[in-house]
Design a binder for this molecule. Sequence first.
Ligand code: ADE
Length: 246
Amino acid sequence: MARAWRVDVITTFPETFDGFLDVSLLGKARAAGIVEVQVHNLRTWADPPHRVTDDYAYGGGPGMVLKAEPIVAAVEDLRGPDSRVVLLTPQGQPLAQPTVSELAARRHVILICGRYEGVDERVRTLVVDEEISVGDYVLSGGEVAAMVVIDAAARLVPGVVGDAGSLVGESHAEGRLSHPQFTRPEEFRGLRAPAVLLSGHHARVERWRRAQALHRTKRRRPDLLERRALTDEERQAMDEFPASDS
Ligand code: ADE
């Protein structure tokens, strides 16, 4: 079997990850040995007897700063030659699918969860390869952000999603949003599922889906389309099938 995708998480609140790791796709992937996630308490690397992981900020001000020594010690214990060390922080690069794919392709990822008012800057200088933010808002810590990274990347590890075809057209996979979806019943409260989806014409269904995905992206996230030119085929599909939700 191929080598597992390995993740080590360094956090002051390991219990945050309870439940998350055991359910759904990720729970199955871990049970199957395709993904391995170890959650470590930062206090393990802090000095006894009190094992303090944070301290007041030099220069004053409110809030506590995570100390450099335990985080650097943790990373030095856990990392190997193939490790990618990521700090979760609102100051990082905003997470998007290309970074998720890159992380999923690594053998080993170490996620450092920031807390309080921040992390001693020397952690960045000494051990961090990359800083990631999951959005322009402030969470109470990097734990939820680490879960976002693990969830999004694990889905891309070969074997985690049973039908790899289902990853192909999904939102952001090709720099656009996904198309609208319908399931039974055919009519619900006067709203009918589009006839083309019931037609059985596979190629037409695909063209309709591509057109709707592009219309939706153009309306909701025009910034995504600015990064890529539409092909002739895509333009033709959009002309043939106008937006279904206008
Ligand atoms: N920690 C606090 N807020 C965060 C964010 N938006 N992204 C990543 N880590 C964070």
